[in-house]
Design a protein around this ligand. Structure first.
Ligand code: REY
Length: 374
């Protein structure tokens, strides 16, 4: 875990108040925490703390929708408009296009959060309907013809949420609860939209303003209504490990659906980053492939990944965001945990943690997580 701790310390040196990782493998569980979960109280990061997992929620939404496919309630290659008549302006957009980010529906969050702190404060307490979010997307030009290119967009998983609610006749919260949280006993996991609080022991989230050196904004409390089924789940490191490894072990989906979920196409030209159905695949330097998702919500960066056999899983959190260097550093926990790599530059000692980050090899512009923000 030496490499993992180095990566967590690098996240701290790059502006995160706290960070943590939990690795679960055949030899048991190892957890590490650094820094604080609450700056004001000075409370140390806690491996049991809950936090906002952002787009890792997309894997939960995809599982629910794929279960509905298994149950014969919808077809992956059917037009979305078959189930939500007239919702989208193009009958060629299919359910699979949503799950693979190939619909061409614009990501309304780009404009919403163009100015990070004002954008956030404008929606922190807002409650959107799914329809309002889809309308925000449709007010922008579509980015691609249906099916032709991967273009990550929260709008896709907003429509996934609408499909879930339409087909089950219930809020998405019920589907998550009944189909995933309960069966896997994920007691630290919840979907409380539009409640703004994180219940129980939790990490506070600290958003970096766009202006360098400006004080961090405590972004813990918010509705996350701008994301909902695209990003509003709350969880813990242990629950994320359980979720990803159970998913890979076939506890949530049939072999055919899991095969569909893990069938990927590249998201960039590096040939190491791929996307399936609500699921990423990263090919690590040691040849190991891991499946999972990344998440960015104001104040929280998350990684949750597992090997395809579900035997090894890692989740990592830093309680900050809008600060790519911290996210990149946190991503170093993957190489460390699954490949035994140490980050190229050792972590700054605690005494230096508040000073500007050294430009390090982990801070390279080639890092693929940054352009996608997740
Ligand atoms: C939204 C902006 C990021 C985050 C997003 N997250 O789409 C979804 C995901 C749920 O994929 C914010 N960045 C930040 C900005 C940039 O405001 N101007 O870093 O907290 O996880």
């Amino acid at each position: 875990m030496e490499g993992v701790v180095a990566a967590l310390n690098a996240a701290l040196a790059n502006g995160a108040p706290g960070a943590m990782a939990r690795y679960s493998g055949p030899d048991g569980v190892r957890s590490r925490t650094v820094g604080v979960r609450d700056r004001e109280a000075g409370a140390p990061m806690d491996i049991h703390a809950r936090f906002r997992i952002g787009s890792v929620s997309k894997a939960f939404s995809a599982v629910v929708l794929l279960q509905l496919v298994e149950e014969g309630r919808l077809e992956l290659d059917a037009p979305v408009n078959r189930y939500l008549p007239g919702l989208l302006p193009d009958d060629r957009i299919t359910v699979r296009h949503l799950l693979t980010h190939r619909s061409g529906l614009a990501d309304y969050t780009d404009a919403m959060f163009d100015k990070t702190v004002p954008g956030f404060e404008a929606v922190r307490n807002r409650v959107f309907s799914y329809r309002e979010l889809v309308d925000l997307s449709l007010a922008e030009p579509r980015t691609t013809e249906p099916g032709v290119a991967y273009k990550y967009s929260n709008a896709n998983f907003v429509v996934v949420g609408m499909l879930i609610e339409k087909l089950t006749g219930r809020p998405v919260a019920d589907a998550y609860e009944r189909r995933i949280f309960k069966p896997l006993k994920l007691r630290g996991t919840s979907y409380v939209h539009p409640d703004t609080r994180i219940k129980g022991l939790h990490a506070r989230g600290y958003l970096h303003p766009d202006e360098a050196g400006a004080p961090l904004v405590d972004s813990t409390e918010q509705t996350v209504s701008w994301a909902q089924s695209a990003g509003a789940v709350i969880s813990t490191p242990a629950d994320l490990n359980t979720f990803m490894s159970s998913l890979m072990r076939g506890r949530l989906l049939s072999p055919a659906m899991l095969e569909a979920m893990t069938t990927v196409t590249p998201t960039d030209a590096t040939n190491t980053r791929f996307y399936g159905l609500g699921l990423r695949r990263y090919d690590l330097s040691c040849g190991t492939q891991v499946f999972g998702h990344t998440g960015t919500v104001q104040g929280f960066y998350t990684y949750a990944f597992s090997t395809r056999d579900g035997r090894r899983s890692l989740s990592a959190l830093a309680n900050t965001s809008n600060h790519g260097a911290a996210n990149t550093a946190l991503g170093g926990t993957l190489e460390a945990a699954f490949c035994g790599k140490k980050p190229a530059v050792a972590a700054a000692p605690t005494a230096r943690a508040a000073s500007p980050a050294p430009s390090s090899a982990t801070d390279r512009p080639a890092e693929r997580d940054l352009p996608e923000r997740h």
